[in-house]
Write a protein that binds this ligand. Structure first.
Ligand code: ZN
Length: 451
């Protein structure tokens, strides 16, 4: 369901180097959030009792707010990218990496310990220089009433995110430079191979180890057994098997007003997570539809498909990054005090290339993401069809609430949609919910057969 989720599509290397740390930070300022200054429990949205949803529409005040908020988010996104590039160029121009490399090499001749010294300092430098963008993002989210997280708690999450990125960074940087020294021409290929199992491991551990560092999770069975019963109805409908111990509630309301749900983990850690805000703001049938969408991700193996997509993209990115780094160093290495690709100090150059390539390929990743999100919407519609009266209308209302609460752009321009939207715009999703009807034409639905 998530609007800004990077759960399914994360370009593999970006995930390792950049997105994972930023994803960790993003957990503190979840997604593109909510309007509502109306806090606490509202069992019913104002929309639903009265009239049918015919399209994604907002009342004039909310409309204006959503447009302004979205615009600010888009500016933040593009300015954030530019700032990220500037930060890396400053790090290079100020010759910070060679300085840190000297510290590390003077302290020890053991390569691993050099990585332990060099990596956290360089990552922290980049993170601190990037702070203005992060702080502005949280300020924006708070000022529009989406985030309710205090600055103290936000700072705590930022620090935790840094520590995690240090741990992961040390391992990856150590492996990367060991490979570069062994194979200066093929390192991009061998590093790609070496990083694959690490990424699998991180995704596997993420719901069990990393996510609980930022939010509280409880088995849905403990907090809302009735909802579990309703959700099991959806599961049985599809002749699937998602045991209740794989359904979790996340206490998102401590930090945000936004509504969301997602699928995460792999193998034994694979699970569906529903935010408590979603349960508060939606009716049981609406939550069942949201769950149906998540179940679509679950049974259509979107986590794995996202991984394969990300791995393929990373393969290309690493190769281009390899060529790009060589090219850059052949021109600028003297001025920047970098000895060569196998020097720890070349890391910011590689990060610069990854940042630029990640930005340039965002339309590709997001187009893939929109495709699987659309599939999940369709799955949700199919699996809830006939479970309660007027399931199309229920789905449309769920989207309408999502839009009102998260202040979703009513009318993003096509460029913005292609570049930034990981999900189809809500206007399209509502429209699809209201018009998707293979049953009326006597056809079998695509995913959930035999109804
Ligand atoms: Zn989704």
């Amino acid at each position: 369901m998530r609007r800004s989720g990077r759960h399914f599509v994360s370009s593999f290397l970006l995930c390792l180097f950049l997105i994972l740390p930023s994803k960790l930070a993003a957990q503190t300022q979840p997604s593109t959030g909510s309007a509502s200054s109306e806090q606490g429990t509202q069992a019913e949205s104002p929309q639903q009792a009265s009239q049918d949803v015919k399209a994604y529409t907002l009342p004039p005040d909310l409309y204006e707010k959503a447009v302004k908020y979205s615009r600010a988010q888009y500016i933040l996104y593009f300015a954030g990218f530019v700032w990220g590039v500037v930060v890396l160029l400053l790090v290079l121009a100020w010759r910070l990496a060679p300085k840190y490399r000297d510290w590390a090499e003077r302290a020890t001749s053991i390569r691993f310990l050099q990585a332990v010294i060099f990596t956290p300092i360089i990552l922290l430098t980049i993170a601190v220089l990037s702070l203005p963008v992060d702080i502005y993002g949280h300020w924006l989210s708070r000022s529009y009433g989406i985030s309710v997280q205090s600055w103290g708690s936000w700072a705590g999450d930022w620090a935790k995110g840094q520590i995690l990125s240090f741990i992961l960074g040390i391992i990856l940087v150590w492996i990367l430079y060991a490979i570069i020294r062994h194979s200066p021409r093929r390192w991009w290929l061998y590093f790609w191979l070496a990083a694959l199992p690490i990424l699998f491991f991180v995704i596997f551990l993420s719901p069990v180890v990393i996510d609980p560092m930022f939010n509280k999770f409880e088995p849905l069975q403990n907090t809302d057994p009735q909802l579990v019963t309703a959700l099991e109805e959806v599961v049985h409908r599809a002749h699937m098997n998602i045991p209740p111990d794989r359904m979790f509630l996340m206490r998102a309301s401590e930090k945000t007003n936004a509504v969301d749900a997602y699928v995460t983990g792999m193998g034994a850690s694979k699970r569906v997570v529903v935010w408590d805000t979603t349960i508060e703001k939606m009716t049981v049938p609406e939550t069942m539809f949201v769950f149906g969408h998540e179940m679509g991700h679950y049974v259509l193996n979107h986590v794995y498909k996202g991984l394969v997509f990300g791995a393929l993209l990373a393969f290309v990115l690493l190769y281009v990054g390899f060529r790009g780094t060589l090219w850059t160093l052949s021109r600028c290495s003297d001025g920047w005090g970098i000895r060569g690709t196998d020097d720890w100090a070349s890391l910011p150059v590689l990060l610069l290339w990854i940042t630029i390539l990640g930005f340039v390929t965002a339309p590709l990743s997001n187009t893939f993401s929109r495709y699987i999100e659309h599939q999940a919407d369709q799955y949700g519609l199919e699996v809830t069809h006939g479970l309660f009266p007027d399931s199309k209308q229920v789905a449309a209302r769920a989207f309408q609430i999502l839009g009102e609460v998260d202040l979703s752009d009513p009318n993003p321009n096509p460029f913005i949609k292609v570049w930034l939207f990981s999900h189809p715009p809500l206007a399209e999703r509502v429209n699809f919910a209201l018009t998707y009807d293979p049953w009326a034409q006597g056809k079998q639905p695509e995913f959930v057969k035999g109804q």
